[in-house]
Design a protein. Structure first.
Length: 60
């Protein structure tokens, strides 16, 4: 997989239809996150290990 290339973007099944969601994608550089309202906008990419730590802390 080329640098910056991601698999399909996904959002939570808990997301409502109002578009106030974030989407995530797995890629060669880690996990990317973007605003679902602006798919061509800015993307934040973090290492997979950092993403796992973030999600674990959210879940408590």
């Amino acid at each position: 997989m080329a640098a910056g290339e991601q698999h399909g973007w996904r959002k939570s099944s808990y997301s409502g239809g109002n578009g106030n969601c974030v989407e995530v994608a797995l890629g060669g550089e880690g996990v990317s996150v973007r605003d679902s309202k602006e798919p061509a906008g800015a993307v934040l990419t973090v290492a997979s290990r950092q993403w796992v730590t973030f999600v674990r802390r959210l879940r408590g």
